[in-house]
Design a protein around this ligand. Structure first.
Ligand code: ATP
Ligand code: ZN
Length: 599
């Protein structure tokens, strides 16, 4: 079971009561206060303890069947802690995760080893459980997943029109440039050039580009003030930041006529003229610190200036006393207060609705509500769904017979549609994961040190029937061999940088006739080195590669953009802006109170 959070706690309870023989539990995290409302196996005394170790102790009280429980505190993607041989011991994998990256990884491992995987996810009242039988049914990647919404740079930097634009500006641009790790680089000539190129992709307006570059440079000058050697300079930091970002930058924007032909013009903040006095009187009374705690009320402009001042002061202090940089974290009050105040002041300038700290926290922190009941229902289906696998006799990874006994299950609060199911369908033709063949490349120490890359290429060509030549990519994107690049051919495998246990090799047919193949390098003690026995299928054209996004921290399978619309009893349509005909699947309502759960 991967993940011991909201779904994981419920699921482990179900699995333990279902009389499983041995269950391993993996989680990388420790328990926080905010987990306790739904992760019912944890208590206040457990805060800061490892989730995996704690759940195991918690279920001992009702471990009536003496299930052997093995906790692992660690990241499931860590190939040292969890090498492929470790994965291979399991008969079934349950996901109870909260992010796409780890889900994709587990999905891939199950495809390598042909292990059945029960994938589950919830968002508020919506939830989904999907049994995955590698290469027999759709995998986690067969349906494209919604990626977080991004906004054009120009909207964020020059022409915001919604609160979210100002929040994104405050968090990802302003906060980042002033306090976070990598921003000081903007001053080097090379990085300025990179920045310019990036902006040129976004807009043709030369004046706007020059303006944005100037803004960034000035911010990096302000950043220098935070730790300036002279006290007088350090004291200038907050005032000069306010004047620059809320007055000077806005006045400069107003001089670009092209931006305001069809838009309402922003109004620069007249700080010294109108607000400086009011702000200093707020600052002079300690009792006003209460403003910061009124998080469900909308603050006035001067109150936002007060919070801006206070949070900047704290951040400046932290940077001078102990920290080298500060990253935004919704639970770090100083960073949240800064972003709330800066976003709201910018909203006032651009005539956009101002929001409460509570509301901005949800948006800036990408908070998705987690509901204990939905987690409990989904975990119930997850554990029940696995039973059909144990009841049937699966041999040689032939899952053909169980497919008709398994379904994807959806829950929601739509009236009369609490629970719906859909039959499993085969792997998608365009799926970037299923359309590859996979296997283990077992290498023992001897071969690793004696085989050259040329030996490996020759073996690949002979073993899999390539017509001519192949190309090989190591890890994410490192080309180690192709027809035009043979520098590594005479190197021993162990001499190639990054060629190590747990890394992946993508082998592609230069003739484009056979499908791609992904090999998992396994150097854990093996008797003899060998290539997997795989019969490569003809290559399918136009296989989509998923768009990777660093911020893929989505919690759920179903998002607003990927909503489930249940049109009638018979049909279930996943609407993710793709051809909806191709997404139609047969749905079977479950009997909610009878025994005929078909999961
Ligand atoms: N790569 C990973 N390896 C191991 N465990 C992971 C990995 N990624 C996520 N998890 C775990 O999956 C669990 C998901 O649970 P849940 O969705 O309830 O999130 P949470 O982090 O507990 O809650 P919240 O995000 O609301 O604080 C978490 O306990 C998290 O630590
Ligand atoms: Zn797939």
């Amino acid at each position: 079971m991967v993940g011991a959070g909201g779904i994981g706690c419920e699921l482990l309870k179900n699995l333990v009561l279902s009389q499983y023989g041995e269950i391993h539990i993996v989680d990388l995290d420790t328990i926080t206060l905010s987990n306790l409302n739904r992760q019912f196996l944890f208590r206040p005394k457990d805060i800061d303890k490892s989730k995996s170790l704690t759940v195991v102790k918690a279920v001992e009280a009702f471990n009536y069947h003496n299930t052997k429980l093995v906790p692992h505190h660690g990241n499931i993607m860590d190939t040292n802690q969890f090498p492929i041989a470790w994965w291979d011991q399991f008969s079934y994998v349950f996901n109870a995760l909260d992010n796409l990256e780890a889900r994709r990884y587990v999905n891939k491992m199950c495809l390598f080893l042909k292990k059945p995987l029960m994938e589950s996810g919830t968002t508020g009242y919506d939830g989904q459980v999907q049994p995955i039988f590698p290469y027999y049914s759709e995998c986690f990647e067969c349906q494209a997943k919604a990626t977080p919404k991004t906004y054009p740079v120009c909207t964020i930097r020059s022409t915001p029109s919604q609160p979210v634009h100002c929040i994104t500006w405050a968090k990802e641009f302003l906060f980042h440039q002033l306090f976070d790790e990598s921003s000081s680089t903007v001053t080097t000539e090379q990085s300025k050039e990179q920045q310019r190129k990036k902006l040129e992709e976004e807009t043709n307006d030369k004046q706007e580009i020059e303006n944005m570059l100037k803004e960034s440079n000035e911010l990096s000058e302000l950043r220098q003030l935070i730790k300036a050697p002279e006290l007088d300079d350090r004291k200038q930091f907050i005032h000069r930041t306010i004047i620059k970002i809320f007055k000077v930058d806005i006045e400069r924007l107003l001089r670009i006529d092209s931006l305001w032909k069809t838009r309402v013009k922003p109004v620069p903040l007249q700080f010294d003229e109108s607000y400086a006095h009011e702000l200093s009187s707020l600052l002079s009374d300690k009792a006003n610190e209460n403003i910061i705690n009124r998080d469900t009320q909308v603050w006035s402009l001067v109150e936002n200036l007060y919070v801006f001042y206070k949070s900047s002061e704290n951040l400046q202090k932290r940077l001078n006393e102990s920290e080298t940089f500060v990253s935004f974290d919704k639970d770090d009050e100083d960073t949240l207060n800064f972003v709330v105040a800066a976003a709201n002041i910018r909203c006032s300038i651009f005539n956009i609705e101002v929001k409460s700290k509570f509301d901005i926290k949800q948006i800036a922190g990408n908070i998705i509500p987690a509901i204990a009941t939905t987690n409990a229902i989904i975990s119930g289906f997850s554990s029940l769904g696995a039973l059909s696998f144990y009841k049937s006799q699966v041999e040689n990874n032939d899952f053909g017979n169980i497919l008709s006994d398994s379904s994807t299950v959806f829950v929601s609060i739509r009236p009369n549609k609490y629970i719906t199911s859909a039959s499993l369908v085969g792997p998608g033709d365009q799926c970037p994961s299923c359309s590859l063949s996979r296997g283990l490349l077992n290498l023992n120490e001897d071969e690793l040190n004696t085989w050259t890359l040329k030996d490996l290429v020759d073996k690949l060509i002979h073993s899999y029937g390539y017509n001519d030549d192949v190309s090989i990519i190591l890890g994410q994107s490192k080309l180690i061999y192709d027809f035009d690049f043979d520098d590594n051919l005479d190197k021993k495998l162990s001499e190639i940088n990054g060629f190590r246990n747990g890394e992946l090799l993508l082998v592609q047919d230069e003739d484009d006739i056979l499908e791609n193949m992904e090999l998992y390098i396994n150097t854990a003690p093996v008797d003899s080195s060998n290539l997997p026995i795989i019969k490569l299928r003809p290559k399918k054209q136009n296989v989509g590669i998923p768009e990777e996004n660093e911020e893929d921290q989505y919690k759920e399978i179903i998002t607003q953009d990927d909503a489930i619309m249940i049109e009638d009893e018979e049909e279930l349509i996943i609407n993710d802006n793709e051809d909806s005909e191709s997404k139609k699947r047969k749905a079977e309502p479950l009997e909610a109170n009878g025994k005929k759960f078909k999961v």
